[in-house]
Each structure stands twice: as C-alpha cells, then as structure tokens.
Design a protein around this ligand. Sequence first.
Ligand code: ARG
Length: 298
Amino acid sequence: MSTPETTLSAAATRTAQHRRYLMCRPEHFTVSYKINPWMEPAKPTDTAKAIAQWQKLYDLYLELGHEVELIEPLAGYPDMVYTANGGFLIDNRAYVPKFYFEQRAGEAPAFAEWFRANGFDTVEPEEVNEGEGDFLLAGDTILAGTGFRSAGDSHREVAEVFGREVVTLTLIDPRFYHLDTALTVLDPVIGAENGGPEKANIAYLPGAFDDASRAILEERFPDAILVSDEDGAVFGLNSASDGYNVIISPRATGFEKQLRERGYNPITVDLSELLLGGGGIKCCTLELRGALSESGAK
Ligand code: ARG
C-alpha cells in the first residue's frame, strides 16, 4: 500500500545538482596490455566505436546542464579515457594519483599539469592511489577502496590531505578492482546541513566486499540499494549520478528499476567498447569539485 506514495515522495525530494566533470576523448583507446580481468589484448578493439560511444556520454552531460572539461589524450596511454583515475578533487584541491601499474604511470603528471593549469592546487602523493576510482565522496565522508589498486596507506594520506573522515572498504573480487566498479554514490553532496553523511544514498554490490566492509556499509547506509550480481557483472554500479539523473549501463535492467522506484531518473548509455578495457561510465568521468565551479566563475 505504501509503495506508490513512498515512490512519489522520494521522487519529490530528488534534485539534480550541477556537476563539473573532466573527460578524455578515447582517441588512443585500445587494449594492448592486461591489468584487469576484463582486458584481453588478443581481442580486437574498435577505437572509432569507443569514441562514438564516449561522445554520447559527453553530449548527455551537456544536455543535462553539466560542464565538461577535456584533457588532451596522450598517445601510448590507451587507458587515459578513464579519467576517474586521474585524481581526487575536493574544494579546489587535487590529490594526484600514483598508479599501481607501470603502464599508466605516465598519466599522473599529465593530470597534475591539467589541474594546475586550471586553477587547482595539487598535492603529490607518497602512496599508491588511483584517484576517484577508489575514493568516493559520500556526504562529508570519503569512502575509500583497497584490495587491488589503491594502497591502504593512501587512505591515511587522503584523510590528511582533505581533513575528512575516511572509511576503508576492502574489495575482494578481481572483476571489481576499483571501488567505483562496486559502489555508486547517488546523492554525493548532501552535506552536514541536511543531516550529515548518513544521509548520502548509495548503491553497492555486496559480494564485491569482504565481511567487515559489508558490515560497515550495512551499518552506515541501511537504506542503500543492494544491486544484484547480474547487474554488478555488467558494470551497473559504474554509474554517475547528479542526485536525480543516474547514468547507467543499459544492461543493468534490475538496477534501473530499483533507481526508478527510489525516485531517481536512470538514463542508459552503452559503453560496451570501453568495457573491453575494464571501464564504464563512472571510470570515464572525474568530478572537479572546486570553489570556482560552485560560484559559476569558471
Ligand atoms: N584499464 C583500466 C585499468 O585497469 C581501467 C580503469 C577503470 N577505471 C575505473 N575508475 N574503474 O586501470
């Protein structure tokens, strides 16, 4: 009985928030090495198709009223399209990545240079970390993944850099090697004035986390959307939300329905070609959180 009303009132409270993103056109996209279970260098890739699919995501963000900045793709760095790994930014400060794999190491200085050229302060890391692939801002809290890429010590470092609470979550399934492949923040910037970090809504794939991390998630986010293994396995959680519109894979049909029931507006974009590199929608999207964008000055 309560379902239609719950849905309606939930819908009424969702509002799209303005976002500023950094993306990188996949001009040099291919799979020439294997650093995650999705990558098969022997399998052909279609760069033109990757660009066309990526373009749809880019165009959609603009249609939704978001700002999208672009970083120049570097030849020899086929994974640079996954800009989420290029840093983690809050309040105009960019914590620079230090890639786990040598193949991507050269991307870090390019991202750092872009941040500086665009008015962000950069903090060079001591510890291995892969940016927003493993750090997600949920309300006022940083959810931080480890297990495959970002080192546990980077969690201490990111806490120091931003002076915020950091919650460590351990990933255990090699297919979900970055936090953003297993967890989506749906209402990322609710903030303390609306009741604090517990108010942030998230969705996650329970099986991607160890028992201790699952217990933490259950305790802190009792209302979270629990996504099925089927939807998780098609990278359903590698999604970008503005608080109302949630961009997801068309193959994550169960998750799409769950989002609708909660009053979100799921919009599907197919990045099947980019999935050959082990990345999806969120991987191609880095949020630029800075004082400048919020005042609309830039
Ligand atoms: N091939 C890339 C890697 O293995 C994919 C990165 C995906 N990015 C992400 N934010 N999950 O590093």
